[in-house]
Design a protein around this ligand. Structure first.
Ligand code: FJH
Ligand code: FE
Length: 304
């Protein structure tokens, strides 16, 4: 064996080779808007110029200070909400009595399934910041029983290597997997890159993928590409992975999210996401009459 091929294997092991690097096909700034009761969100996916990126319906970066928040509201169905707190804490409570507090770095992967009514309110007095991703479910999973997968910050797998620090929310990075089960196959990685570091991250071909920059500036796609800044969403082309560089003097933090497209029709009215208009009308009816998954709403004390 020649020494070149040995070196090649070593390089492959250190930083996986990306043969078909994805490039940035669209870049959109998530501006601030009002949501819920006085909460401020930067909407990435879900904004008018970025309606959906199959299987993703929405990504919000929220800033909430009491008394603002997301008081009682329904979610039917066919999708999951992934809440990830960055700063402070969020207390949630649903109509089945499931409640808790999601602190900084904690994760809640909630399958709304046939229906959930809940509230999401800031737990701290100060500023609370977090992210919420909505992952669509296939028609066969839309009416499943609601379910929660919850991970505390200390239980989220993390790899620190060559100036890169990744928290593996879903999927895999650097050979380490997340225990979260994703009904719609999803990758969700939270990267922090030191100045001068370089990343090669594989992404399954055929999956839709995007980057959301939380803080700092980075170069994605080609080394010669232009820089992207905080709160920009970068939609990636198809390919077997993405390359990223931190050429700045500050730390760069971003989410890399990818998922297998469902290729199904999406009919959405606010928190109701189904395949057809008839199913949406049914969901409204069920919600109004407290049936087909909304039974527990009958004796639920609503909080404004
Ligand atoms: C009234 N009550 C409208 C109402 C709307 C809602 C909503 C919220 C989030 C969210 C975003 C980021 C997070 C930390 C963890 C949650 C979101 C987060 C997305 C819609 C339609 C509630 C009560 C209302 O919930 O928690 O990061 N984003 C899309 N709206 C509501 O939840 C009117 C009277
Ligand atoms: Fe909600």
């Amino acid at each position: 064996m020649s020494s070149t091929s040995t070196a090649h294997i070593a390089v492959h092991h250190e930083n996986p080779q990306i043969l078909k690097p994805r490039t940035v096909v669209k870049k959109v700034l998530a501006k601030q808007q009002q949501e819920g009761a006085g909460a401020i969100v930067r909407r990435s996916i879900g904004r008018p110029d970025l309606k959906t990126l199959d299987p993703f319906l929405l990504l919000d970066y929220a800033t909430v200070s009491p008394p603002a928040g997301f008081p009682d509201h329904p979610h039917r169905a066919g999708f999951e909400t992934v809440s990830y707190v960055l700063e402070g804490a969020i207390t949630h409570e649903d109509f089945a009595g499931h409640k808790g507090t999601i602190g900084a770095g904690d994760l809640q992967w909630m399958t709304a399934g046939r229906g959930i009514i809940h509230s999401e309110m800031p737990a701290g007095d100060g500023v609370n910041k977090g992210l919420q991703l909505w992952v669509n479910l296939s028609s066969k999973d839309k009416m499943i029983e609601p379910n929660y997968q919850e991970l505390q910050s200390k239980d989220i797998n993390r790899v620190q290597k060559d100036g890169i620090d990744v928290r593996i929310i879903a999927g895999e990075a650097f050979g380490v997997r997340s225990p979260i089960y994703t009904r719609t196959p999803t990758m969700f990685l939270d990267f922090a890159m030191n100045p001068g570091s370089q990343l090669h991250q594989p992404i399954t071909e055929g999956w839709n993928a995007f980057v959301y920059i939380i803080e700092g500036e980075g170069v994605f796609g080609h080394e010669s590409s232009s820089t992207a800044l905080s709160h920009h969403t970068l939609i990636l082309s198809d390919g077997d992975g993405v390359k990223a560089w931190n050429k700045s003097r500050r730390s760069l933090r971003f989410l890399l999210i990818a998922g297998q497209p469902l290729n199904e029709p999406v009919v959405q009215y606010g928190p109701f996401v189904m395949n057809t208009l008839e199913e949406i009308e049914q969901a409204f009816e069920d919600y109004r009459l407290c049936k087909n998954g909304f039974e527990k709403a009958r004796n639920w004390k609503r909080r404004a």
